[in-house]
Ligand binder design. Structure first.
Ligand code: PAF
Length: 279
C-alpha cells in the first residue's frame, strides 16, 4: 500500500524530510482512474528524482456544471495498488476543502497558449487546471512535475504558468501512450460503447495520415478540409476543432513550420476525445 497523505502540512513535512536527505522530488498530478498513460508519467518521474509523489484530486473547478464531475471515473483502490506496485513514495489525496478552503477567491488564468482550441468548447477549463496545478506545485514544491503530451494544450499552459510565475519546477513532457489500435489512453475512454470504441481509433490514424501529407508538401487549408471530411466519414459526430498550430504558442498556422503540432477534438456520442501529433 502506498503511503497516503491528505493534507498540505503532512505533504510538506514529507517533502522536507526527502529534501533533508538530499533527495530530489518529482510530482505527477492526476485525477485518478489511472491507466497506462499515467503510469508512463510515474515512470518518467521516478527516472527524474529519488522520490515520486502522485496527487489524486478530481478538481471541481475544471468541470463546467454541465460536465461529468459527478460521474468522472473513480477507481481509488486499484489506483493505490498500481502506485504501490510502481514504487511511488507518497500519494497526496486531498479532500476538496483542503484545496479550496472557505472563502477561496483566487484563480490563475493563462492567456497565450490557453486561448482557443479546448477553451472554445470549455472556457472554464484552463483556469481550473492552472489554478489547481499552481496550488499543487506550491504545496509540494517538487523539483520536477510530469505532464502528458496527450493533453498538449494543457502541457503548454502549465509550461507558460511555471515560467510566468517563476515556479522553480522542471516540467517533464511525456509522449502519449496508446492502445494497440492507436487510440490515446484516457480515463474517459471508459465511456465509449463498443461501437464508438471501434470508431475512436480512426482519430489517430487520420491525424497521422494528415501529418504525413503536410510534411511532404500538402497545403495546410486543403489538408484540414480533407481531414474534417475524413473524420466525418469515419463516424465522428462532431468535430470541435482540427488545427495546425505552433507547438509552443498554439497560434494557428496557415503554413507548416518547424515544431508545428496538429491537434483535434471530436465527439462520439457523449464522449469527447482529444489527440495530437507532432510534425
Ligand atoms: O490532466 C489531468 O489529469 C488534470 O487536468 C490535472 C493536470 C491533474 C489537473 O487537475
Amino acid at each position: 500500500m502506498a503511503n497516503i497523505v491528505r493534507n498540505v502540512g503532512a505533504l510538506r513535512a514529507a517533502v522536507a524530510e526527502y529534501r533533508g536527505s538530499g533527495e530530489r522530488v518529482a510530482l505527477v498530478p492526476t485525477m485518478g482512474a489511472l491507466h497506462g498513460g499515467h503510469m508512463a508519467l510515474v515512470d518518467a518521474a521516478r527516472g527524474a528524482a529519488e522520490r515520486t509523489i502522485v496527487s489524486i484530486f478530481i478538481n471541481p473547478t475544471q468541470f463546467a456544471p454541465t460536465e461529468d464531475l459527478a460521474s468522472y471515473p473513480r477507481s481509488e483502490a486499484e489506483d493505490l495498488r498500481q502506485l504501490a506496485e510502481a514504487g511511488v513514495d507518497l500519494v497526496f489525496m486531498p479532500a476538496p476543502d483542503e484545496v479550496y478552503g472557505a472563502g477561496f477567491a483566487t484563480s490563475v488564468s493563462v492567456a497565450g497558449p490557453g486561448a482557443g482550441l479546448e477553451s472554445a468548447a470549455r472556457p472554464h477549463f484552463f483556469t481550473g487546471v492552472a489554478t489547481v496545478v499552481a496550488k499543487l506545485l506550491l504545496q509540494c514544491l517538487p523539483d520536477a512535475a510530469a505532464f502528458g503530451e496527450k493533453d498538449y494544450q494543457q502541457l503548454q499552459v502549465v509550461r507558460r504558468l511555471v515560467r510566468d510565475l517563476d515556479i522553480p519546477c522542471e516540467i517533464l513532457a511525456i509522449p502519449t501512450v496508446r492502445e494497440a489500435d492507436g487510440l490515446a489512453c484516457s480515463s474517459r475512454n471508459a465511456y465509449l460503447t463498443p461501437a464508438e470504441r471501434a470508431v475512436a481509433a480512426g482519430l489517430y490514424e487520420i491525424l497521422q495520415a494528415m501529418a504525413q501529407r503536410l510534411a511532404t508538401g500538402g497545403a495546410v487549408i486543403t489538408e484540414i478540409e480533407d481531414g474534417m471530411r475524413c473524420l466525418e466519414q469515419a463516424g465522428f459526430d462532431v468535430i470541435d476543432y482540427l488545427a495546425l498550430c505552433d507547438g509552443e504558442s498554439l497560434v494557428p498556422l496557415s503554413e507548416l513550420h518547424d515544431g508545428a503540432r496538429l491537434l483535434a477534438a471530436v465527439r462520439l456520442g457523449n464522449t469527447r476525445l482529444i489527440d495530437n501529433v507532432a510534425l
